[in-house]
Design a binder for this molecule. Structure first.
Ligand SMILES: NC(=O)c1ccc[n+]([C@@H]2O[C@H](COP(=O)([O-])OP(=O)(O)OC[C@H]3O[C@@H](n4cnc5c(N)ncnc54)[C@H](O)[C@@H]3O)[C@@H](O)[C@H]2O)c1
Length: 246
């Protein structure tokens, strides 16, 4: 039997892309999955597919996050694993031209959103004396990303937040790591292609010459929550086809 059988997994951004792939992968291992998102119809569809629950969870809204976590614990009796995958891309312009409202939104969703979620996830895990959190950062959390200053700043922030919380809670049975995906074919990246970015321009930057699939990211999310990574905490793990090796 899988070590994830019966485990309760809460996923923000679970309606699409990497979060949805993680929902499917956990469910395939027998976990009970709660899909939190701002896209209710897509969240419902994923939840039906994985025989789990969909909850409204705008990571910009502290009350909604609190209610989503409370609902998870009420429905399934625990919160073993939290995957904070909700994120947005923002504008594609150089820093001097970056619109402040977009900056504020990107930081609020990608960075403060993870902070808000952890503030509600950690107390449940601390009470249980165990738990695992994976925050989805990015390779843009490890190095600069021209024309995406807010995104890169938010993801560097997620890495710093992850490392700090890992130091704080390691002795309390909680492991916290960051997944740093490289270019992954999800609706977020498809949107960039639809907006005119040639796909070859991205693949040409990847040493392995292709994009990742959301399923490949989900595989790593499960690894980071499994006993195979039992001694990993505070790590920012790049899964990027070699992108950050250069
Ligand atoms: N696709 C990539 O190449 C790539 C690379 C590095 C990091 N990432 C990160 O992976 C994560 C998942 O992205 P994806 O590529 O699967 O994109 P995606 O757009 O397919 O999924 C993101 C999900 O987050 C949800 N979301 C957005 N704002 C939200 C909010 N305020 N509250 C709750 N949910 C919200 C969306 O509704 C969507 O379901 C993001 O954090 C993204 O920054 C993606």
């Amino acid at each position: 039997m899988s070590e994830f059988a019966g485990r309760v997994v809460f996923i923000t951004g679970g309606a699409s892309g990497i979060g949805a792939a993680a929902a499917r992968a956990f469910a395939a291992q027998g976990a009970r999955v709660v899909v939190g998102d701002v896209q209710p119809q897509l969240a419902e569809a994923v939840a039906r597919e994985v025989n789990g629950l969909a909850v409204a969870c705008n990571v910009r809204d502290d009350d909604e996050i609190a209610a989503a976590i409370a609902h998870t614990v009420h429905a399934y009796g625990a919160l073993d694993i939290a995957i904070n995958a909700a994120g947005i891309g923002g504008a594609e312009v150089r820093t001097a031209d970056y619109p402040q409202p977009t900056w504020d939104a990107v930081i609020d969703v990608n960075l403060t959103g993870v902070f808000r979620c952890m503030r509600h996830q950690l107390p449940v895990m601390l009470a249980a004396g165990r738990g695992t959190i994976v925050n989805v950062a990015s390779v843009a959390g490890l190095g600069g990303f021209p024309k995406h200053s807010a995104y890169a700043a938010s993801k560097h922030g997620v890495v710093g937040l992850t490392r700090t919380a890992a130091l704080e809670y390691g002795r309390r049975g909680i492991r916290i790591n960051a997944l740093c995906p490289g270019f992954t074919l999800t609706p977020m990246v498809q949107g960039m292609f639809d907006a005119g970015l040639p796909q070859e321009e991205l693949t040409a930057r990847v040493p392995m010459g292709r994009l990742a699939s959301a399923e490949e990211m989900a595989d790593t999310v499960l690894y980071l929550c499994s006993s195979a990574s039992a001694f990993m905490s505070g790590h920012a793990l790049a899964i990027d086809g070699g992108l950050t090796a250069g």
